[in-house]
Design a protein around this ligand. Sequence first.
Ligand code: 5AD
Ligand code: SF4
Length: 479
Amino acid sequence: MKSPCVHITTYGCQMNQLDSELVAEVLRASGARLVADPQAADVLLFVTCSVRDHAENRVFSNIGKLAARKRREPHLVVGLLGCMAQEHGPAVRRRAPMIDLVCAPGRLAELPALIADARAGRKREALDPPRGQDAFAASDVALDGVEVGRPLCGNSPGQAYVVAMRGCDNFCSYCVVPFVRGPERSRPPVVILEEVRRLVGQGARQITLLGQAVNKYAAEEAGRRWDLADLLSKVAETPGLARLSFITSHPAAMTERLAQVFRDVPAVIPYLHMPAQSGSDTVLTRMNRGYTAAEYMERVAMVRALRPGLAVASDFIVGFPGESEADFEATCDLVRRARFSGAFVFKYSPRPGTAAAKRLADDVPDAEKRRRNNALLALVEEITGEENRKFIGRTVRVFVEEISPRPRAKKGSDPLSVQGSDPFFARGRQGDRLNVNPQLRGRTPCNRIVVFDGPPSLVGTEVDVEVVDASPLTLFATL
Ligand code: 5AD
Ligand code: SF4
């Protein structure tokens, strides 16, 4: 049988983007060809997200659209990967019968065999063990091997994600992640350091360490304990590495030791993604977040005192069960006090199996969730707009990530294209003149998006630009 032609569609977070790179690497090593055009592929893989109902519905709808093609091309293989794979298991075929293979986040190294079986007509699934069975070691080691050996991905010259921790043990009452990504496992420092060294050797200048609650990193190696502060300090010593960051931090695990890294390690960028989720103590308790709004603000103040100008970004859920108007006002209040550099706002979506879905009625009407969502976003943008305007007239050092994608140009043009709207990846404006430099997009050290016209050769490098204008999501600059 000729080798498979594979197209990958990615939904969701940075962890999924990295998983898609690993899938691409595993498949390339097995002789498969990765293609940018789904029509040219005979294997269609979907790396999916379960965090909200809306994300799942989009995947079901896009897979559903393949029904006619699957009838015309019975050998077409459709694979469900990522969090939805673990969440639904083989039962997913009741809703989407055209799915041939189901592969959980921890089992990606087995994909070549799963695809070969699917092409031979055998529907298969590879799922992670249920929580509590601690049987991850072998599949983690297999994934580590793929991750360490992968080439720097061409989609993001100069920038790479590296997993520090897999899984989550926090059990925030609304969240499905602890169920689909399993218990917390910190990767050994030696593996992470080797991976960073190799990526930087291939030209990565900016490394982002990933984990669901990455500041709970805890490893033991040669009798020594490592926390995230140790790991960041050591990774920062990699020659050639310019910028180091880490996402996502849990407020309850934000220590003074970690805050000091912002003061003491210059490569660590002044950017902290630390979701507050709510500003109401009663809601935070029902969410099982483990901190009060006052404690959250204290931690923000502690880090900012050690690194003035630090940008803090957050996530919020509106319309959580029982959220009153006063609770919502408390959230708006926290936003006003914290002056975030950006925030994602989500409408609460009950996830099957979570404590909130089991015990708390989803009692905020959808229209009210939408109203709070829009109101909170407007408030966030008012503040980010004010903060961004302070940059006008300043010279900032930008790490150039890419040529600004034109609206919709990305779809299908890139084998690892990410679907979804992400306020931190706002689209840039294309110049309307012909034959001039394209618009480039990069980031300040505090992770704000900057667009400016410049030669494509700057992609993957750092350059100084002058900020001439600002919107809530973007700084506009000239070289
Ligand atoms: N409903 C709405 N938003 C959620 N998030 C996680 N679970 C849910 C849910 N059930 C949000 C949180 C988290 C982000 C990744 O997604 O804000 O930080
Ligand atoms: Fe979900 Fe909470 Fe873990 Fe984040 S820390 S992944 S919100 S359970």
